[in-house]
Structures are given as structure tokens and as C-alpha cells.
Design a protein around this ligand. Structure first.
Ligand code: PLP
Length: 426
């Protein structure tokens, strides 16, 4: 169950804008106040104030910070229509803020499509991506009349046409073809999606086959609107994104001479953040480069689309957990938390790093810990040799930057409860 979030804080988020220097991103960073209490960005509430009646780990979101981030993102991506990748976080209140800030939704399942609609997104603000859309999911997309389907294979196109032709006469769906440009964006191999060896999208040969289907009139109910791509996630090397976009643009320009309906270029998501620190510099630099890519590489005769996930929500959520035991063995000190890989899967899944910070600093002394969860798996480790200020049994900590791919990936493994989601009060 979600607790009820505080009222909208649109105006105050607006008042902190200082985009050229990144000053407002700085204002959103996590920090300790003079009493050693951990706080998030613009919120005046120390996180410690949120643990009254604590029973088990929960996600805590900063909607005010989220709104401010969405505005900063929007300022840098004015030339694109952005569709929030709901897989990063499907919380209804988060979706509400992002919808109010003008984003559409990118979904990858029928379940996500329903969540998006229930959260108030209009069907024509929804893009459906994903490599394995089932018949039922495709039917749902047609029934709802969504904005666009990003098709990933020739068999998928055949399925789309079959469903379209069984719809009431004249059913037409806007379809983009997801291109796999074989570009290495140097992210973790489990979240790299734009290489030939990955299952995603269509490489040149398959793309040609797909285009032939359109050319030969075999897909009469599908309108070919352009190419999409998604090169991977947590990308910090944006120059490789530029390479990918260049290839996408070149192909799109070529295709336009054959297909008059081609009008979009969807560059996907993928902008990363610096999980090792709360520095806003990397994000700001990436956003600026992204802005430059959008404005200089994509001809204005095309409509640019993007599918951001992490950059919007990662910093706006933390996972709150309690230290259960301090376990000392030879040269290692384990901090055993009540949160585990079931609550936050990223470290176990792809060696992701999350800072772990005590909600209340005890002293300035720093210790080196292995921070682990209670799950019966050796991969249930949040951080090894992690330097943090001293904690003792019963202390509360925040696993930072957990707003993206945190709650949405959580499970009931070992029959634990799914984590609740709460909101900072201001
Ligand atoms: C098709 C697609 N678009 C967008 C995203 C969002 O990526 P990110 O959260 O890295 O921005 C993903 C994530 O995997 C994706 O698969």
C-alpha cells in the first residue's frame, strides 16, 4: 500500500531554477545538516523523522525533488517529446508528477500499459516498447489506441498486422521499427542493448526485411512512422550515444525518401547518474551533451522522441533499512541489514553500486564495512569495503539513489513482504 503523498509542490520547485550553472541540481543533492541528520535536496525533513512506527524496509520518495528534476530534464530536452520509461518506477504518485510535467509513458508490458492508463496518461501519450509483446498485449494496445508501438522484429510486425486486421475497419497503428545499430555504449553488459549480440531491435538485414513488408503493402494497417533505438542503460559515455544517433539519423533520412510517413526519430533512454557520489556535475554534463545531440544531430524536419527512466527518478528515492547485526570476522566487518536483494536487486543483478548512509551520523569516525542483506544468497551484498561513518545495531540507513529500478524490480523472495512506498512530507 502506498501512503498518501504531500500536496503538489510545483511552485517551490520552480523557484529554484538556475539551469546554466546546475545550481538547482546541486540544491537537490543529499546532504547532512549541522545535527548530522541526512536530508534529501529541497526537503526540510530529516529522513530520520520518517521512521516512526518502522516495521520493515520501505522506499521513501522526494516528490518535490522529482518535480524539480523533471523540469531540469525538460529544459535540456525541449526539442524532443519524452516518454517516461515506466519500468524504472511505476509508483502512481511518481507517474502523476511526471505526467503533470508533460511527459508521456514508455511501457514494455500490458501490465505497464494498464498502470499508465490508470495513472491518467492518455492512450495517445503512450509508446509500447519491448522485445516479446504477447498477442494479448498487442490486442490491448490496439483496443486502447496508443500513440506508437516500437516493433522489434519481423514476426512482431506480422502479429501486429494480424491483430490490426481483426479490429474494427480502418484500425491503424503508428509503428516505429527499433533499430539495433551495433554501438557499444560501455555500460554493464547486462544493461547494454544496442549491440548485435543483444536480443533487442533489428540489425540491418532484418530491418531491410521489415521495410520490404511495408513496401510490398503487406502491412496495410500499420503506419511506418520511423526508427527507434535504445542503446542501453546507465550510460555515462554519451559520445557513443552520439554515434548511435548519427547512425539512426542517417538511416531515417534515407528511409524518408522511400516512406513519406516517416516523421519520428526515437533515441530511447539511457542517461546515467554517478551512483558513487551525490555530485550533480556528471548529470548536468550528460544532460548538456544530450541536449546538444538532440539539437545538432536530429534534423528539425523530424520529431524527436526520447524514453528517459533513471535520470528522472533515481535520485528521488531511497530505500530505508535498519541495521540488524554487526558481524565481525577476521579482517571483515559485516553490517547485516533487514533490506536485501529482494528489496533492491540492482547490486546483485549487475554489480551496481549504491551509497549507504546512516540517517543520523554518530561521529565523524569512518569505518570500512561489507554491507549485506538477510537473503540466503551470496550475491545479497550491497557494498564491499564501503567506507561510512560508524553504525551500530538498530541504526537506520538509506540506500541512496534507489528511485529507479528499485521498487519496480523488488520481489517477495524468501517470502519477505514487498517494500512499502512513502513520501517525504515536504
Ligand atoms: C526500450 C527502453 N527505453 C527506455 C529505457 C529507459 O532507460 P533508462 O532508465 O536507462 O533511461 C529502457 C530501459 O531499459 C528501455 O528498455
Amino acid at each position: 500500500m502506498n501512503s498518501v503523498p504531500p500536496a503538489s509542490t510545483n511552485a517551490s520547485a520552480n523557484s529554484t531554477m538556475n539551469l546554466s550553472t546546475g545550481g538547482d541540481l546541486k540544491a537537490l543533492a543529499s546532504h547532512y545538516n549541522s545535527q548530522g541528520e541526512l536530508k534529501l535536496g529541497l526537503s526540510s525533513t530529516p529522513l530520520l523523522k520518517m521512521i516512526d512506527g518502522y516495521e520493515r524496509p520501505f522506499y521513501l520518495y522526494d516528490l518535490k525533488g522529482l518535480r524539480a528534476r523533471a523540469k531540469i530534464y525538460a529544459q535540456h530536452t525541449r526539442s524532443a517529446k519524452s516518454f517516461f520509461a515506466i519500468k524504472a518506477n511505476a509508483n502512481r504518485e511518481i507517474l502523476k508528477v511526471l505526467r503533470e510535467e508533460g511527459l508521456g509513458c514508455d511501457v514494455v508490458s500490458g501490465g505497464e500499459l494498464e498502470v499508465a492508463l490508470n495513472a491518467g496518461f492518455k492512450a495517445d501519450e503512450i509508446v509500447f516498447s519491448g522485445v516479446g509483446k504477447t498477442l494479448a498485449e498487442v490486442k490491448l494496445a490496439f483496443q486502447k489506441g496508443i500513440h506508437q508501438i516500437n516493433a522489434e522484429s519481423v514476426p512482431e510486425l506480422v502479429r501486429l498486422q494480424k491483430v490490426a486486421s481483426s479490429q474494427p475497419a480502418g484500425a491503424q497503428m503508428r509503428v516505429a521499427l527499433r533499430y539495433n545499430p551495433d554501438v557499444n555504449v560501455h555500460t554493464h553488459k547486462y544493461i547494454s542493448t544496442g549491440l548485435k549480440e543483444n536480443k533487442f531491435g533489428m540489425a540491418d538485414e532484418e530491418l531491410s526485411e521489415a521495410l520490404a513488408l511495408f513496401q510490398n503493402g503487406q502491412l496495410p494497417n500499420l503506419t511506418f512512422v520511423g526508427l527507434s533505438m535504445h542503446l542501453g542503460s546507465q550510460i555515462l559515455d554519451v559520445s557513443s550515444v552520439r554515434d548511435g544517433v548519427k547512425r539512426l539519423v542517417q538511416k531515417s533520412v534515407e528511409l524518408r525518401s522511400q516512406f513519406s510517413t516517416v516523421d519520428i526519430i526515437d533515441i530511447g533512454g539511457g542517461i546515467g547518474i554517478d551512483y558513487r557520489s551525490d555530485s550533480y556535475q556528471a548529470e548536468l554534463t550528460l544532460l548538456k551533451i544530450y541536449e546538444d545531440i538532440l539539437t545538432t544531430e536530429i534534423p528539425s524536419s523530424f520529431k524527436a522522441e526520447a524514453e528517459p527512466g533513471r535520470i528522472l527518478v533515481a535520485r528521488s528515492g531511497v530505500l530505508i533499512s535498519q541495521v540488524q547485526y554487526i558481524k565481525i570476522r577476521n579482517d571483515r566487518t559485516f553490517v547485516v541489514l533487514d533490506a536485501g536483494m529482494n528489496h533492491l536487486m540492482r547490486p546483485a543483478l549487475y554489480q551496481a553500486v549504491h551509497r549507504v548512509l546512516p540517517l543520523q551520523k554518530r561521529s565523524s569516525s569512518v569505518r570500512r564495512y561489507d554491507i549485506v542483506g538477510p537473503i540466503c544468497e551470496s550475491t545479497d551484498v550491497f557494498a564491499r569495503d564501503f567506507e561510512m561513518s560508524e553504525v551500530v545495531e538498530g541504526d537506520f540507513v538509506a540506500l541512496m539513489d534507489a528511485g529507479a529500478y528499485g521498487r519496480s524490480m523488488s520481489s517477495g523472495y524468501n517470502q519477505h513482504h514487498l517494500p512499502e512506498e512513502k513520501f517525504l512530507a515536504d
